[in-house]
Design a binder for this molecule. Structure first.
Ligand SMILES: [Zn+2]
Length: 451
């Protein structure tokens, strides 16, 4: 995200940065309390020819990744996003897909973006002769403002490919391009329809593309989202995800009364005190065991030391595992501000749901099971992550009113998402992940996976 373009009072930039840095697809933390995943499916026979093809694809894939990383595309960098959308659209067109670019805007009521133009979506489709409709999604925008590319150029060091936004989420965009091209080269069209949606506003909460993602989720039998597929660190491993957190942004504004802090403080109504009181009280509404969190991340009050502050504002980041818990948090906060420390103050509180929770259904679990069988065929474990770890993704929008199943984390194992100097993906993960994605499209398309 390019913070500059949104800069109003510094409060906003900080709040937006914290909400969005935490908001979108944050790196996955190991999760000791995740409920037991369903038993992995028995290993499925390997398509040796396809496995050889996906391994041979690693070189061209890295070339694509270098091209995508080389085009800076922060969420507020409309020029960079336009250029990247053009590159992606052309590749999909050359792979025989019908391609359209759909402009997007934030809703007028968005607390920060207020109707702003956002990065366009690239939507591509290809009709087939098979049973099921399969949609592949990834995002091309990053959290990095223009100019940071020079600090983190694409480079390969051993088994690591480094670059700005490479893990989040340019690796996913490149995987989708190569899966589509590989299937086209093989003449595979045993699906009812293959769809691709690459959006450009994910890192600001997908306010423009979210509704369309929900619409597509209701029209496709399976949606595969290509966020990172696990941590590259020793503790990590390959995984797919069946849950992501919901996100809300809370803004609280307290209006009190100014007075001379030395001569007549009692004539004032200290808005900062009231704000602090309300923030501290609200902590009780969090419940880590339920994955329900509220964190006040930015506050602002007062301009001069000798004046009782008449205004104080703060922004909080709220996460939950279910959308119902967001409702609970909103109701608790709205009730709580009725009880004030300083009676004559006025409190305004807005609760903006920026991203729903992704909650899996039977179809999603069947897809995850099948994926473990395919990876098992390669002799590799694939964890099914059933509990959200704090990050939110677009799988949630696609899974809001699904026709079938949604599965997250089809991307590469990586590290350092949203970091200033250390973002990379594992080169050795490219072949197996390309194979997994291609097989999942094939097996789902032909209706081989039941739910
Ligand atoms: Zn992401």
């Amino acid at each position: 995200m390019s913070l500059v373009s949104l800069r109003r009072p510094s409060l906003l930039a900080g709040a937006l940065a914290s909400a969005l840095l935490l908001g979108a697809c944050a790196p996955m933390a190991p999760n000791a309390t995740a409920p037991a995943s369903p038993p992995p499916q028995a290993a499925l026979p390997v398509d040796a020819a396809l496995r050889a093809q996906t391994q041979a694809e690693v070189g061209p894939y890295l070339k694509t990744l270098e091209t995508l990383v080389g085009i800076e595309s922060g969420s507020r960098d409309l020029e960079g996003l336009r250029q990247l959308a053009g590159t992606v659209a052309e590749r999909l067109r050359q792979a025989g897909m019908q391609v359209e670019t759909r402009p997007t805007r934030a809703p007028g009521f968005h607390p920060q973006l207020k109707g702003a133009e956002l990065g366009s979506m690239v939507y591509a489709t290809r009709k087939g002769t098979g049973a099921k409709k399969v949609l592949l999604i990834a995002h091309m925008d990053t959290v990095y403002p223009r100019g940071m590319g020079a600090k983190q150029p694409f480079r390969i060091d051993g088994d690591r490919a480094y670059g700005l936004g490479i893990a989040d989420d340019k690796q996913g965009v490149a995987l989708i391009l190569h899966v589509v091209e590989l299937l086209a080269r093989n003449g595979f069209n045993d699906y009812a329809e293959l769809g691709v949606l690459i959006n450009g506003d994910e890192e600001v909460g997908s306010p423009g593309s979210g509704p369309f993602l929900t619409e597509l989720g209701g029209a496709y039998d399976a949606v595969f989202s290509f966020e990172g597929g696990g941590s590259a660190t020793a503790r990590g491993g390959d995984m797919v995800r069946l849950a992501t957190s919901s996100i809300a942004i809370v803004e609280m504004k307290v209006t009190g009364k100014a007075s001379h802090a030395g001569a007549a403080p009692e004539q004032g109504r200290n808005a900062l005190y009231e704000l602090a009181h309300q923030m501290l009280k609200s902590r009780q509404f969090g419940d880590p065991a339920k994955g329900l969190q509220i964190n006040w991340t930015v506050a602002n009050a007062g301009n001069s030391r000798n004046v009782i502050p008449a205004e104080a504002t703060a922004i909080a980041d709220v996460r939950s595992l279910t959308n119902a818990d967001l409702d609970l948090m909103e109701a608790s906060l709205k009730k709580s501000i009725e009880d004030k420390l300083i009676p004559d103050t006025k409190i305004d509180l807005s609760f903006y749901r920026s991203r729903p929770a992704f909650v899996s259904n039977a179809a999603s679990r069947a897809l995850a099971q099948h994926a473990t069988g395919l990876y098992g065929g390669l002799g590799m474990p694939l964890e099914i992550r059933e509990r959200a770890t704090g990050g939110g993704t677009d799988a949630a929008f696609a899974g809001l009113r699904p026709r079938g199943g949604v599965l997250e984390s089809f991307g590469l194992r990586g590290f350092g998402a949203h970091s200033n100097d250390d973002e990379y993906v594992l080169v050795s993960n490219v072949g197996p992940r390309l194979y997994l994605a291609a097989r999942m499209v094939m097996d789902t398309g032909r209706g081989q996976i039941g739910w």
